[in-house]
Design a protein around this ligand. Structure first.
Ligand code: GLN
Length: 543
C-alpha cells in the first residue's frame, strides 16, 4: 500500500517548500522507505520549457526528456534518484488529456465536467507516478500557496484521495512566520489563516512546517497548535539554515520522520543519517575559498539579483568544491558590461575559474564571446555548458581559425560561417513554429575519445548526459577547427553530433553541448565539475 503525503504552501511562495519536500523525503528514505516525489504546477503551460527563467527559475530536464520545474532537481539531488516525466503535472497537461479523451469518446457519452473529471485525472496521474516509482511513500508538492484560486482543483483531488483512503494520506502545510523588524516578534496569524484556508478546501493539515528566521519557541508552537487544531508536536520548526543540506538533519532532530510514519501507520525504524551528517560537517567546515565567476543573464529582476535560474549549476559547483574540501564563492557577472567596456574583462583575473551556463537569444552574446577569448588566452579555467560550449566554438572559429563573423544561426542566420546551426530536422520545427517540447531533450549517449580531459575525468568510454538545445555543432567545420587545435572529445556516435570540445593546450577549457548540472549529486559530484574545480584550485595555488 503506497502512502501519500501532500505538501502545500502557506502565506507566500519561496520559503523552501521544494527543499522541505526533498528533505522530508530524504529523511523517510533514511528511515528505510522507498520514496519518490511529484510536483504539480498550476500553470497552463504544458511544460516549463516555454517559461522565462528569470520569472520561473531554472528549467530542469529529466533523463526521459521532460522540461520541468526546478523542484524536480531538488528531489533528484536529495533523494538520489532520477525522477521521470510522470512526476511532473501542470494544469495544461491535465486539461490536454481530459479534452483528448473526450474527443476520443473515452467518456462514453457522459457530460465531461471540471468536477469531478479534472480532479480524477489529477488522481490518476498521482497514482500512476507512485506506481511507476514503486514508492512506499509518495510526496506530492502542490505549487504556489493555499488560497490561490488556480490550486483549488488540485486541493480537491487531494481531499478526494483522503476520503477514499483516510489512513494512507497525510497533509503538510509549509508556512511562513514573519518577524517584522518594527515589532520584533514572530507572528503566527498569517499561518493560522493559511491553515483555515486549507480547512475551507476540506483539508486539515496533519503537520505544519513553520519556516522562520529563528527557531520556534514554545508559546508560538502552542498557539499554532491551538488555532490550527494540532498537537504542539505536529508543528515542525524549520528556521533558516546556512545550507539546504542541513534540513534533513533538522527534520530528524524534530522527529518529523518518526511522527509522519506513525501518522501513516508505518513501522518506525531508526533513521540512518550518517551520510547527511558527514556532508553537513564538510559544508560547515570548509574555509579555504575557491572563486568562480558565472557569466549569465537570467539573474537581474528589477533591483534584485536572483540565482534561481542557475540553481543546478550552482549546486553542482558546490558539490564539486566540497569534494575537494573547499568553500565555493560565486559572483554573477553580466556579459553586457564587456560589450560597453572591454577593459572590464580584467576583472576575470580575480577568479579561479569562469563558467558560462546555458542560454538563449542574443543579449550579451558578444560580451560572452569576449570573455571566452580572454580566459582562453589568459589560461583561466573555463567550463562552458550548452550555449557556453557553442559560444566557445564560435570564439575559437573567429579568433584562432580566422573565420571572421563565424556565428550560430540562432543569432545570425546569414553568417558566412555557421559553425553552430540548426540541422534539417530542427529547421522544420523552426519553419513550422513548432517550439514547445521540440528541442533535443533528455539523455543521449556520448562516446568519449581516449586520452582527452573529458575521457579521463569520467574514467569511462561511454556516458549518458541530458540535453536541451535546438542548435548543434556544424560538422562542415570539424577539420578546420581540429587542425587549429580544438579537440572533439565527446560524440553522439549514432548521429555524429559533437557533444564535448576541449583545448589540450589549456589547463582546463571544456565545453559541453549537454547539461551536466542535472546529474550532479551532493554525494556524487559530476566528474567534469569535479575536474573544473580541481583546475580552479590549482590556479589559485599558483597565484
Ligand atoms: N540557445 C542554444 C540552443 O538552443 C543553447 C541552449 C542552451 O544553452 N540550453 O541550441
Amino acid at each position: 500500500m503506497t502512502k501519500f503525503i501532500f505538501v502545500i504552501g502557506g502565506v507566500m511562495s519561496g520559503v523552501g517548500k521544494g527543499v522541505s519536500v526533498s528533505s522530508l523525503g530524504a529523511l523517510l528514505e533514511a528511515h528505510g522507505y522507498r520514496v519518490s516525489a511529484m510536483k504539480i504546477d498550476a500553470y497552463i503551460n504544458v511544460d516549463a520549457g516555454t517559461m522565462n527563467p528569470t520569472e520561473h527559475g531554472e528549467v530542469f530536464v529529466t533523463e526521459d526528456g521532460d522540461e520541468t520545474d526546478q523542484d524536480i532537481g531538488n528531489y533528484e539531488r536529495f533523494l538520489g534518484e532520477n525522477i521521470h516525466t510522470t512526476n511532473y503535472v501542470t494544469t495544461g497537461r491535465v486539461y490536454q488529456k481530459v479534452i483528448e479523451d473526450e474527443r476520443n469518446l473515452k467518456y462514453g457519452g457522459r457530460c465531461v465536467e471540471v468536477v469531478p473529471h479534472i480532479p480524477e485525472e489529477v488522481i490518476r496521474r498521482i497514482r500512476l507516478a507512485a506506481k511507476k516509482a514503486k514508492a512506499d511513500i509518495f510526496l506530492i508538492e502542490i505549487g504556489g500557496t493555499v488560497g490561490e484560486y488556480q490550486n483549488i482543483l488540485f486541493l480537491e483531488a487531494a481531499r478526494m484521495m483522503k476520503v477514499t483512503e483516510p489512513g494512507n494520506v497525510a497533509f503538510v502545510l509549509v508556512s511562513y512566520l514573519p518577524t517584522p523588524p518594527h515589532i520584533g516578534e514572530m507572528k503566527t496569524k498569517p499561518t493560522q489563516y493559511a491553515a483555515r484556508g486549507l480547512n475551507a478546501a476540506g483539508i486539515q493539515a496533519d503537520f505544519i512546517v513553520a519556516r522562520s528566521s529563528e527557531p520556534l519557541d514554545e508559546p508560538r508552537r502552542r498557539k499554532l497548535g491551538i488555532f490550527c487544531s494540532l498537537e504542539p508536536g505536529a508543528i515542525i520548526s524549520a528556521p533558516n539554515v546556512d545550507s539546504i543540506y542541513e534540513l534533513p538533519l533538522l527534520f530528524a532532530r524534530e522527529k518529523f520522520g518518526e511522527k509522519m510514519l506513525i501518522k501513516l501507520g508505518c513501522r518506525v525504524r531508526t533513521p540512518q543519517m550518517k551520510t547527511w551528517q558527514s556532508l553537513v560537517r564538510t559544508v560547515k567546515g570548509v574555509k579555504d575559498e575557491v572563486r568562480i565567476a558565472i557569466i549569465g543573464k537570467y539573474f537581474l529582476t528589477g533591483k534584485y539579483t536572483l540565482s534561481d535560474a542557475y540553481i543546478s549549476v550552482i549546486e553542482s559547483l558546490k558539490h564539486a568544491a566540497w569534494y575537494w574540501k573547499k568553500k565555493p564563492v560565486f559572483e554573477w557577472l553580466s556579459a553586457e558590461d564587456y560589450e560597453h567596456d572591454p577593459r572590464k574583462l580584467r576583472e576575470l583575473d580575480r577568479f579561479d575559474g569562469v563558467l558560462i551556463p546555458g542560454g538563449f537569444g542574443s543579449r550579451g552574446i558578444e560580451g560572452k564571446i569576449r570573455a571566452i577569448q580572454y580566459v582562453r588566452e589568459k589560461k583561466i579555467p573555463y567550463f562552458g555548458l550548452c550555449y557556453g560550449m557553442q559560444l566557445a566554438t564560435i570564439e575559437f572559429a573567429r579568433n584562432v581559425a580566422g573565420l571572421a563573423d563565424a556565428h550560430t544561426t540562432e543569432i545570425d542566420p546569414k553568417t558566412p560561417h555557421p559553425v553552430i546551426y540548426a540541422n534539417p530536422y530542427q529547421m522544420q520545427n523552426i519553419i513550422n513554429k513548432r517550439y514547445g517540447g521540440t528541442m533535443r531533450l533528455g539523455s543521449y549517449p556520448c562516446s568519449l575519445t581516449k586520452g582527452t580531459i573529458a575521457q579521463k575525468a569520467y574514467g569511462a568510454s561511454r556516458v549518458s548526459e541530458r540535453h536541451r538545445h535546438r542548435y548543434e555543432f556544424n560538422n562542415a567545420y570539424w577539420d578546420r577547427l581540429e587542425k587549429k587545435g580544438l579537440r572533439f572529445s565527446g560524440i553522439y556516435s549514432a548521429k555524429k553530433l559533437v557533444e564535448i570540445i576541449e583545448l589540450p593546450s589549456h589547463p582546463f577549457f571544456v565545453g559541453v553541448q549537454f547539461h551536466p548540472e542535472f546529474q550532479s549529486r551532493p554525494f556524487r559530484p559530476h566528474p567534469l565539475f569535479r575536474e573544473f574545480l580541481k583546475a580552479a584550485i590549482l590556479r589559485k595555488k599558483k597565484k
